[in-house]
Design a protein around this ligand. Structure first.
Ligand SMILES: C[S@@+](CC[C@H](N)C(=O)[O-])C[C@H]1O[C@@H](n2cnc3c(N)ncnc32)[C@H](O)[C@@H]1O
Length: 254
């Protein structure tokens, strides 16, 4: 991804903030049904394991869903996004939320160049952001997060999974389209958890990365809920095939 593509993504998110409601702006996917959302939220809380003293960084906050989720469970959330329109939207949304008791700082910043000192945060989350970054940007983001999160702190990501039925279908479809029509300017990336693990390992300061799926599309709700509960109970995907269309990665800074 070139600098030009980076700017295109930025203007894409500026437009998203302006034209759709805050929730759809970041969760346009029709598969994000209430039970999937609930499962996602439950898993995220489990992985972050918030405490009342925690100072959390939300890297790529969008309209503020993670602030809503964690806002009554921690001391402070610093939420950043590179789209000024998205930040304005997030600020307005959170200001109207009485349940958010944590101190909140919501500001414009790029996840690849964080304006914070070393060891500023206990934990960080970055949900559905890395898929918009090229490999070098992913490295810069990981380096920056490992710098601003204190040793022993965790970072939780949520990304799109190449090694899933949807990931394979979409990637194959894109390859086919690209060979006929050429590559379109904007595409978010499906990547395997091995890819992310390798990137994280290269940063050196990060260990213990693992991943597991959150959900599989095109599945009856009841079956999906059953699998989701089985998944969360036995954590089987952690050691086997991470089959979900999207998955979490949790790493520890050392
Ligand atoms: C799919 S949305 C996810 C938002 C939020 N994390 C959530 O889960 O609701 C992706 C967000 O990442 C932001 N973003 C993408 N690249 C970024 C970057 N390099 N620096 C900061 N924010 C970025 C976009 O502006 C957008 O708001």
């Amino acid at each position: 991804m070139t600098e030009q593509e980076h700017l295109k993504w930025k203007s894409f998110w500026e437009d998203q903030a302006a034209v759709v409601d805050a929730h759809q702006a970041v969760r346009g996917d029709r598969i994000m049904t209430p039970d999937v959302q609930a499962f996602h939220d439950r898993e995220l809380i489990k992985l972050v394991d918030p405490t009342p003293e925690d100072r959390i960084l939300d890297a790529g906050c969008g309209a503020g869903d993670q602030i809503l989720l964690l806002g009554s469970l921690v001391a402070r959330i610093t939420a950043i996004d590179f789209s000024p329109a998205m930040v304005a939207r997030c600020q307005a949304r959170i200001a109207a939320e009485p349940d958010v008791t944590a101190e909140t700082i919501i500001e414009v910043a790029d996840v690849t160049d964080l304006p914070y000192g070393d060891d500023t945060f206990d934990k960080a989350v970055s949900i559905a952001v890395q898929q918009y970054l090229n490999p070098e940007e992913c490295d810069r983001m990981l380096t920056e997060l490992a710098r601003v999160v204190k040793p022993g702190g965790v970072i939780v990501f949520h990304v799109k999974d190449l090694w899933s039925p949807t990931g394979i279908m979409i990637t194959f479809g894109r390859w086919l389209r690209a060979s006929i029509k050429g590559r379109p300017p904007l595409e978010y990336q499906y990547r395997t958890h091995w890819w992310y693990k390798k990137r994280a390992r290269r940063i050196g300061k990060i260990t213990g990365s693992y991943a597991y799926g959150t959900w599989t599309p095109f599945m009856p709700k009841a079956l999906m809920a059953a699998i989701a509960s089985w998944e969360s109970k036995y954590r089987f995907v952690q050691k086997r095939w991470p089959h979900g269309k999207e998955y979490f990665i949790r790493v520890t800074v050392n």
